[in-house]
Design a binder for this molecule. Structure first.
Ligand code: NAP
Length: 242
């Protein structure tokens, strides 16, 4: 039985990743921040796939919160370890640099970038000891290309891309892989204020993607079949940017 933690598993791409990993037989640890009802719905969907899971509430942007929730799980589950980690939780707070407030910068960096360190370093030791681990970071087109109005978000996601490539080299010998998936525009709550009909002409596929289309590659990267892929950044963007 593989234990998989998906941060921000309550909604959107994180939820689709939970369902995909449940289909693959993983026991899910579904993290959420404030939307308990959505996390419970995800758990129900996991159970409908014939697997099981549990809900783990913590704020990925607060180090103490992350440590107490994850270390608590580790203490309660002696002999088990989390072998699949999907660092997915994220937010955007768009503003032009000239008007960007300190909290818009810090909240986005803490939630999208610092969370990578807070969560990952608690799980890596067990993955190394057990000589198997899969770390998948959900980044963004914005972190590769840079998008105006998203300097905070682009910086955070570019930071995670750098961390992915560097960490992959640290742990490769112990059969732990570290990869990133970079979605373009995906239909979730995060993009509900963006008008698809106006933007779709820019996208070669002519539409936004669905969360399941991101979860498919996350599932593959978590699988045994992806054993020789590490340090990669895989675009899921309908051809918008390669
Ligand atoms: P979403 O629908 O807004 O869902 C965000 C998820 O993250 C929710 O489960 C939310 O939990 C959780 N979350 C937010 N802040 C958190 C915190 N501080 N601690 C713990 N959990 C937190 O977003 P999404 O579109 O699925 O995005 C998922 C990831 O994909 C993000 O990293 C995002 O940057 C990235 N991405 C999305 C798109 C896109 O077009 N949608 C494109 C590129 C990259 P609650 O339910 O409790 O609020």
């Amino acid at each position: 039985m593989k234990y998989a933690l998906v941060t921000g598993g309550s909604r959107g791409i994180g939820r689709a990743c939970c369902v995909k990993l449940a289909e693959m037989g993983c026991h899910l640890l579904i993290n959420y921040h404030s939307n308990k009802e959505a996390a419970e719905e995800t758990l129900q969907m996991v159970r409908e796939k014939g697997s099981d899971g549990e809900i783990l509430k913590f704020d990925v942007s607060i180090q103490e919160d992350v440590e107490s929730a994850i270390n608590g799980w580790i203490e309660r589950n002696e002999g088990k370890y989390i072998s699949v980690l999907v660092n997915n939780a994220g937010i955007r707070k768009d503003a032009l640099v000239m008007w960007m407030k300190d909290d818009e910068w810090q909240d986005v960096i803490n939630t999208n970038l610092n969370s990578f360190l807070y969560v990952t370093r608690l799980l890596i030791q067990d993955m190394l000891i057990n000589k198997f681990g899969r770390i998948i970071n959900v980044v963004s087109l914005s972190g590769l290309k840079g998008l105006p109005g998203q300097v905070n978000y682009s910086a955070a996601k570019a930071g995670v891309i750098g961390a992915t490539k560097a960490m992959a080299q640290e742990v490769a010998r112990k059969k732990v892989t570290v990869n990133a998936v970079a979605p373009g525009f995906i239909r979730t709550d995060m993009t509900k204020d963006i008008d698809e009909s106006q933007l779709k002409s820019m996208i070669p596929m002519g539409r936004f993607g669905n969360p399941e289309e991101v979860a498919g590659i996350v599932g593959f990267l978590a699988s045994d079949e992806a054993s020789y892929i590490t340090g990669a950044v895989i675009n899921v963007n309908g051809g918008l940017y390669t």
